[in-house]
Design a protein around this ligand. Structure first.
Ligand SMILES: Nc1ncnc2c1ncn2[C@@H]1O[C@H](COP(=O)(O)OP(=O)(O)OP(=O)(O)O)[C@@H](O)[C@H]1O
Ligand SMILES: [Mg+2]
Length: 595
């Protein structure tokens, strides 16, 4: 039964799923297994040596025949200790490497996943699935693997000692041993659901911490401390209840096994006494048998807690391999071609798109943008402007229709070449922790000093950088927290400038800034977009007016598409209304706002 249970779980999972990960380190893995087997088998030495010792010394009172036994015991203890040391070392070495490989593979998988995956998965889930699970899976499993292998070896050797002492007693002992494993099978099924709930609660805790970090200002300004506290408290209470349930369901295992095992010991003593009295076995055999039996049964009593940890690791293995099986929805074509610059035009051809099934965001959207044109996208909030520009670098794929660059569907281009040809400046740009320089050269890793200097100048960052003690090598903090909104924006523009992609997307790139900062960023953007094909979503009327064409997006449809001068002529036109509304609110030129 023990072997059947192992076959179903451990051996199957280890060999089939973990096998490819163990293979590169097979020499050390084999050494670890060998050390475990040898060390485990030596458990039987003391029990085995007690037979001659009892019979010769205790019964026959002859010390001469048994003088070597204490030396044998010490010698074996030294060898067993050494083997255990090497088993732990090789096990930790192989386990550490496998954990790293698993984590690296999971991280690579994470980087292939599309934006929609990140939209719908919270940060806690990602950390759990892509990091913690790999730790639990390989560390837990390998630590238990060492234990299980030495236990198996120890069990086999002890059973051998039982049999050579008395096969009749051995039959009883082995039968009881098998019986003691019955509760394990019962508990196994129950634990799956509890483990799943415990992981969900664990990932929720990580999400709360992440939100407390990222949203610390919002928490402070809205006095949300109490709210956050109660949120965490609730999850902790849930986790406590789950853990208690786990204890309720698993903690009876050890005592039950203990009782069954005690019955085994009791029966063996009773039957053994009968066998001695009837001279069927010697006293030595009996003592040796009982010591072997206790050595065999003892670990079984503690199996309950090890079994729980083992189940948690097995569940983590399952999840790790489930995670590795996730197929990205937005995929690169097998025979992808390279996009080398924009030659003629970008065409949105009857594009429809939905984030969630049956909730159309874009419907039959068509648009043609010629090389070198600047297209402004305007319209009501939530109309789909950001969605339209997100489709171009394939953050999402269209649901139907197609987007073509120079007549070829963008799904035919390799990811890297498509994205190399597009620079995106968002309203809120992400800066990595590191220096200003490191954040700028993301746009072109091999950029020369001159190129970086030009980018700084063009992004109107040079004066600011000159005021800093460490200049361009100043740390920006996590997410660029040490810079102002306008400075962050200009670092993002410098990064896009140095990338020098022919297609530029600006999504509300100036909307978070005050007038002065906006004017500087606006000039930086003009440098960035010169001679480029530009999609601009902006609220500054001057930017919109200067665009070659304006696309008015109304509830996911292209409602109007023409130049400013033509659009304002349309009676009852959406753009004209928008324009008049803004115009009447603001001073005549330049700083009016739309959409
Ligand atoms: N990641 C997402 N998952 C699901 N729905 C989304 C997602 N992003 C946007 N939406 C929905 O899609 C619609 C279009 O959003 P989008 O951001 O494209 O509008 P927008 O025109 O850029 O608006 P705004 O001017 O306010 O920025 C909205 O109804 C929005 O709720
Ligand atoms: Mg938007």
């Amino acid at each position: 039964m023990l072997f059947l249970a192992l076959k179903k779980t451990m051996i199957y999972k280890c060999c089939v799923q973990m096998g490819p990960y163990i293979r590169p380190y097979c020499l050390r893995a084999v050494l670890a297994v060998l050390c475990c087997i040898l060390a485990g088998s030596m458990d039987a030495v003391i029990a085995w040596s007690l037979k001659p010792y009892t019979d010769l010394v205790m019964v026959e009172k002859s010390i001469k025949a048994a003088w070597y036994i204490p030396f044998v015991i010490v010698l074996f203890a030294v060898v067993q200790g050494t083997l255990n040391y090497f088993a732990s070392y090789f096990n930790a070495w192989v386990g550490g490497r496998i954990t790293n490989d698993l984590k690296f593979k999971l991280y690579k998988k994470l980087l292939t996943l599309e934006t929609a995956y990140f939209d719908k998965t919270c940060s806690g889930d990602i950390i759990f699935k892509f990091n913690n699970d790999a730790d639990t899976a390989s560390n837990g499993l390998l630590a238990k693997l060492k234990m299980v292998i030495s236990r198996i070896a120890s069990t086999v050797s002890l059973i051998f000692v039982l049999i050579i002492n008395s096969w009749k007693l051995a039959v009883i002992a082995i039968f009881i041993l098998g019986l003691s494993f019955l509760p394990v099978a019962k508990i196994r099924k129950k634990m799956h659901e509890i483990i799943r709930k415990s992981i969900t609660a664990g990932s929720k805790i990580i999400t709360v911490y992440n939100e407390s970090y990222s949203g610390n200002k919002t928490i402070a300004s809205y006095n949300l401390s109490r709210f956050q506290e109660s949120k965490l408290k609730q999850i902790l209470v849930d986790l406590f209840n789950i853990n208690i349930k786990m204890v309720q369901r698993t903690s009876w295992l050890s005592p039950t096994m203990h009782v069954i095992i005690s019955v085994g010991v009791g029966l063996s003593i009773a039957y053994g006494s009968y066998l001695i009295v009837t001279n069927q076995i010697t006293s030595g055999s009996f003592v040796s048998f009982i010591v072997a039996l206790v050595a065999l049964y003892n670990p079984v009593k503690n199996l309950g807690s090890s079994f729980k940890e083992f189940q948690v690791s097995m569940a983590a293995v399952d999840r790790v391999f489930d995670t590795l099986m996730i197929e990205p929805v937005v995929r690169e074509a097998a025979d992808a071609i390279e996009l080398v610059g924009l030659k003629k035009e970008i065409v949105f051809d009857n594009v429809s798109f939905e984030y969630r099934v049956d909730t159309a965001i874009l419907q039959n959207f068509s648009l043609c943008v010629k090389k070198g044109e600047t297209i402004a996208l305007v319209g009501n909030s939530g109309g789909g402007k950001t969605t339209i520009v997100s489709l171009l670098p394939r953050f999402y794929d269209v649901s139907s229709g197609s987007i073509k660059i120079d007549g070829i569907d963008i799904r035919m281009y390799s990811f890297s070449s498509l994205r190399d040809n597009i620079s995106v400046v968002f309203q809120d740009n992400f800066l990595f922790s590191g220096t200003i320089r490191e954040n700028i050269i993301i746009g072109k890793v091999e950029a020369t000093k001159e190129e970086v200097d030009i980018a700084l100048k063009m992004a109107y960052l040079d004066e600011f950088v000159d005021t800093l003690k460490d200049g361009i090598d100043t740390e920006v903090g996590e997410r660029g927290i040490l810079l102002s909104g306008g400075q962050k924006q200009r670092v993002a523009i410098a990064r896009a400038f140095i990338k020098n992609a022919p297609i530029v997307i600006l999504d509300e790139a100036t909307s978070a800034l005050d007038n002065r900062a906006e004017a500087i960023v606006q000039r930086a953007l003009e440098n960035l977009t010169a001679d480029k094909t530009v999609f601009v979503i902006a609220h500054r009327l001057s930017t919109i007016k200067n665009a070659d064409k304006i696309a008015v997006i109304d509830h996911g449809r292209l409602a109007e598409f023409d130049s400013h001068n033509e659009l304002v002529k349309i009676e009852d036109g959406i753009y004209r209304k928008l324009y008049e509304m803004q115009f009447s609110k603001n001073t005549p030129e330049g700083s009016q706002h739309t959409g």
